[in-house]
Write a protein that binds this ligand. Structure first.
Ligand SMILES: Cc1cc2nc3c(=O)[nH]c(=O)nc-3n(C[C@H](O)[C@H](O)[C@H](O)COP(=O)(O)OP(=O)(O)OC[C@H]3O[C@@H](n4cnc5c(N)ncnc54)[C@H](O)[C@@H]3O)c2cc1C
Length: 264
């Protein structure tokens, strides 16, 4: 069995320092430490659990980003993935979710046959939760979203428990299928010391746009119909704080205000 895991390197939003924003309101990415997107770690764990149950399974991790995203592949290998590559090219710059999912779908196609694709439900920086479902659409795959547990797997099908707002649902899908994994899924296992030593000097493969044979008109800015009209830098000042007594009327009033201000 061949499994692909999609994992994104994201800014560590839990450790935002004073110089995280540039004076012009844009993000100072160089000042932000990066981490493995949390739900992608859970997706990796689910893939590794399939590997544990199915002999001769390989797990390949793909990340799209700048060259330093190779840290994701190294981390994934140390935790149990077999291999992986970084998809990196200036021609991907400015990609919205449509162009990102196209590039990743091409990367999956270029990597050969597969049975399962695991991704996180959403990335903590972009937060759209669109990339997984868009890739399924582009690859013509069925998809299981909001996965929280692997119930069983065979060479023909997979059974997954999904976490929904009002409860859980258990679904079965024939392979190949794409699964998006939520934060309710089990945590990822730790890196193994012997794998750390084994892979310490193994380089990470980097593939560029030519390697995935795309339609270049669908990459980067050219392939991104999303237009960002305006970016606001919101800094809460002391005057934005309101002290409310915890009464039913106050709560109702607050909810009305939040809705009127389009905050929720
Ligand atoms: C107009 C526009 C221009 C943009 N320009 C840039 C730019 O120049 N550079 C830039 O970095 N971003 C840019 N972005 C942001 C970029 O489009 C998103 O970060 C990207 O599409 C992923 O969306 P998301 O973060 O919402 O992922 P989600 O849809 O929330 O992610 C779901 C899952 O998909 C997988 N996934 C998502 N992204 C990746 C990835 N890169 N590699 C591997 N797996 C992944 C992960 O498993 C993840 O958990 C731009 C966005 C817009 C709208």
């Amino acid at each position: 069995m061949r499994i692909i895991v999609l994992a994104k390197q994201v800014p560590d939003t839990r450790n935002v320092g004073a110089n995280a924003m540039n004076p012009n309101g844009t993000i100072n990415r160089a000042a932000l430490p990066t981490v493995f997107n949390p739900e992608d770690l859970k997706a990796l764990e689910m893939a590794l659990r399939v590997k544990n149950q199915m002999p001769n399974t390989t797990v390949t991790v793909i990340t799209m980003g700048p060259p330093r995203a190779e840290e994701i592949i190294r981390d994934a290998r140390n935790r149990g993935a077999d291999d992986g590559f970084v998809l990196s090219d200036a021609r991907f710059a400015g990609s919205d979710t449509l162009a990102t999912s196209y590039a990743l779908a091409q990367a999956i196609r270029s990597a050969g046959d597969f049975d399962l694709v695991f991704c996180g439900r959403q990335a903590i920086d972009g937060d759209t939760a669109q990339v997984g479902p868009q890739i399924a659409e582009k690859l013509g795959l069925p998809q299981i979203t909001y996965a929280e547990a692997l119930e069983s797997v065979s060479e023909q099908e997979i059974v997954i428990r999904r976490r929904l707002e009002q409860g859980v649902e258990t679904v079965c899908a024939a392979l190949p299928v794409l699964v998006t994994v939520t934060s309710a899924a089990p945590d990822c296992r730790y890196p193994h010391a012997h794998r750390l030593l084994r892979f310490a000097k193994t380089p990470v493969e980097v593939r560029n746009a030519d390697d995935v044979q795309p339609d270049f008109a669908r990459l980067g800015l050219a392939g991104s119909p999303t237009k960002v009209k305006k970016v606001d830098n919101v800094v809460l000042a002391h005057k934005d704080n309101v002290h409310l007594e915890p009464t039913e009327d106050n709560l109702n009033e607050m909810m009305k205000n939040l809705i009127n201000e389009h905050i929720i």
